[in-house]
Design a protein around this ligand. Structure first.
Ligand code: ATP
Ligand code: HMH
Length: 265
């Protein structure tokens, strides 16, 4: 007898310490009862202290990985994380357009430790060609500033940026994460005619390595389970808050979060 199991795919880079990137994504999928698949864009050498190196997979070989996946079993939802080059973005766009699955883009640019993870020249392509293929995009404040082309200091600026994402860039929806603003950790989901704001008390901690990866992976897992975007956003927020609160304190720098902490439905 065959078992029906939701399947989510991540297309992202690796962090060998398991706090961010595909390894964090797979942990997140697993903890939500979702079968995880991964196509790797870049291998990085990094830890809680910083990124020591990065090796980009040739775009042809990313294509080969995605072909292996999609010609055998099509996932129910997909996310992307670190995509360093335009060539790799072109490959990913081809599969999203062909298979029309819910696609969450975490537009990763700089790691928590401040290291660059994307070619400057790929940002235009990301903005104009890849973002419009997504169901939702999850920029943090510096990423939203770069993609929307304005400075974000308060909630009014967040709204202005969202208008640019939906009106000019042409995304269906955007989740702007306020983790980098002052005060409570407030996140905003903007859909065409609806706005949902979720707030949690800021945890006073250094251990936020991989929060963005995990948050977008949980949202993707919920979409794979057939949940609507707003419900997926709520679960993502509750999950990430618990995961930060119960961070295990690993490593000598910005440590990872706890993928076992959330116990909600
Ligand atoms: N100190 C904190 N306390 C509570 N929630 C936080 C804290 N820092 C971040 N968050 C939450 O974590 C999620 C990820 O936000 P953040 O802005 O840190 O993403 P990011 O910068 O993309 O992450 P990454 O560190 O992986 O690059 C959001 O839901 C945000 O509100
Ligand atoms: C591979 C990878 N993806 C994303 C991030 C952002 O946290 C990171 N540090 N490393």
């Amino acid at each position: 007898m065959s078992i029906t199991l939701p399947i989510a795919l991540t297309v992202a880079g690796t962090d060998p310490t398991g706090g961010a990137g595909v390894i964090a994504d797979i942990k997140s999928f697993q903890s939500r009862g979702v079968y995880g698949m991964a196509a790797v864009t870049s291998l990085t050498a990094q830890n809680t202290l910083g990124v020591q190196g990065a090796y980009n997979v040739p775009a042809d070989f990313l294509d080969a990985q995605l072909k292996s996946i999609f010609t055998d079993e099509v996932p129910h939802a997909m996310k992307s994380g670190m995509i360093a080059t335009e060539e790799m973005m072109r490959v990913i766009k081809k599969y999203v357009e062909e298979y029309q699955l819910p696609f969450v883009i975490d537009p990763v640019m700089i790691s928590t430790s401040g290291d660059n993870l994307i070619d400057e020249g790929a940002i235009d392509y990301l903005r104009s060609e890849l973002l419009p293929t997504a169901l939702t995009v999850t920029p943090n404040i510096p990423e939203a500033e770069k993609l929307a082309g304005l400075t974000i200091e308060n909630e009014e600026d967040v709204r202005k940026a969202a208008k640019i994402f939906i009106g000019d860039i042409g995304v269906q929806s955007v989740i702007i994460k306020g983790g980098h603003l002052k005060g409570d950790a407030v996140d905003y989901l903007f859909e065409k005619d609806k706005e949902t704001t979720l707030s949690s008390a800021r945890v006073d901690t250094e251990h936020t390595h991989g929060t963005g990866c995990t948050f977008s992976a949980v949202i993707t897992a919920e979409l794979a389970r057939g949940k609507p975007l707003e419900a997926a956003f709520r679960t993502g927020k509750n999950y990430i808050t618990k995961a930060i609160q119960e961070a295990p304190g690993l490593g000598g720098g910005n440590g990872p979060i706890n993928h076992f902490a959330y116990e909600g439905e």
